[in-house]
Design a protein around this ligand. Structure first.
Ligand code: SF4
Ligand code: FES
Length: 368
């Protein structure tokens, strides 16, 4: 049976970023500016995506505002008929640029939060003054009434700040708050011990989100991504491989998910030489873990196989060394011990250790 068309596309315009977050999920090997697709090629990719069936475009990075042609790219996405969401730290946006983005048809902004005080946020983002700049631009977004989601990436060092994060989201007029506990891909793996929340924090977070979702019904919607190392079953990563979404990296490589390049035996094609449609429907990489036929036991005979699709392929690769096995987060996985060992190890991590900050080539990481 032919795969359904994708609904969403993540366009990673650039890997460049002024922040140095220790939980960055971009790959260890970043792509430099010289490899980035130009404006015309991105515009063509957006038209191909719309033609393929994509409805939502998430414009991301790195920091997408690092691209001087951001307004032209948003305009191109709008002209292609895509609902366009800008995922940004806010650094690089100005009132004038916001006006231009609005004029170009930007539909939504997703603003990342590292913490609710300058001391905490700047330490985590590795960027002094970042919090104040973010708050200034958040007020500008609110003043214009652009639909806003706050994306709070949560971990051991800021989960106790969750109540304040919720209050801030309401104060900024956000319609949605993503409480996204760090997922361990790319650079984040280097800081896993420092970032993994404790079990107590995880339980407290679930209670806080449940209570706030009730209290703020109609005011603030919540998306909660719990730390899956404590879960019984894995998440349905990407809603299933090659099922609902695709990612395009700064140089035009098309991936079934953000971390797919960590699976060494897969080869990924580029929009520079193959159409998006051909890659989506016919490439070996997109078909590798599509549907349920590829699944091993215990997934193959499990009642949840159409719910979580065996979990995350990249996590299986990282924790079990094989992308084609059950996600070790699952309590039925024969590799589940690997997760329990990591939790034990992280429990012994000092709370006041040092992060290993992300650095972009040619720019030293800044510790605050
Ligand atoms: Fe999901 Fe596979 Fe675990 Fe069943 S065995 S819950 S399908 S990961
Ligand atoms: Fe690749 Fe989950 S991040 S499948």
């Amino acid at each position: 049976m032919r795969a359904p068309p994708p609904i969403a596309m993540l366009a990673e315009l650039t890997h460049r970023c002024p922040l140095s977050c220790p939980y960055c999920s971009n790959p260890l090997e970043l792509q430099g500016k010289e490899r980035e697709l130009d404006t015309e090629t991105w515009a063509d990719v957006f038209h191909q995506a719309a033609h393929l069936g994509v409805l939502q475009l998430h414009v991301s990075g790195g920091e997408p505002a690092s691209r001087p042609d951001l307004v032209a790219l948003v305009q191109a996405a709008h002209d292609a008929g895509l609902y366009t969401n800008l995922i940004t730290s806010g650094i690089g946006l100005t009132p004038k640029r916001l006006d231009a983005l609005e004029g170009a048809g930007l539909d939504h902004i997703q603003l990342s939060m590292q913490g609710t005080t300058a001391a905490l946020a700047d330490r985590i983002g590795g960027y002094r003054g970042g919090f104040d700049r973010k708050m200034t631009i958040a007020e500008e977004i609110k003043r214009r009434g652009i639909p806003l989601t706050l994306n709070a990436v949560m971990h051991r060092h800021n989960l106790d700040d969750l109540d304040a994060t919720i209050d801030l989201a309401v104060a900024l007029g956000a319609r949605r708050l993503e409480v996204a506990c760090v997922q361990f891909h790319g650079w984040a793996v280097r800081n896993r011990g420092m970032l993994l929340p404790t079990r107590e924090q995880t339980e407290a977070t679930k209670r806080t989100v449940a209570e706030a979702s009730q209290r703020l019904r109609g005011i603030l919607a919540f998306d909660f991504v719990p730390p899956d190392y404590y879960a019984d079953y894995p998440k349905a990563c990407m809603g299933g491989w090659g099922s609902a979404g695709l990612n395009v990296t700064p140089d035009g490589t098309v991936l079934p998910c953000h971390a797919a390049e960590s699976i060494p035996h897969l080869t990924f094609q580029s929009v520079r030489d193959t159409s998006l449609s051909e890659i989506w429907y016919d490439s070996a990489a997109f078909n590798a873990y599509r549907g349920t036929d590829w699944m091993p036991e215990p997934c193959q005979s499990c009642e949840r196989r159409d719910i979580d699709f065996g979990g995350c392929r990249c996590q299986a690769m990282m924790l079990a060394g094989d992308a084609a096995v059950t996600d070790p987060v699952c309590r039925k996985s024969p590799d589940h011990d690997a997760v329990l060992r990591l939790l034990e190890e992280s429990a012994g991590e000092p709370a006041d250790g040092d992060f290993v900050y992300r650095a972009f080539p040619g720019r030293p990481a800044k510790a605050v």
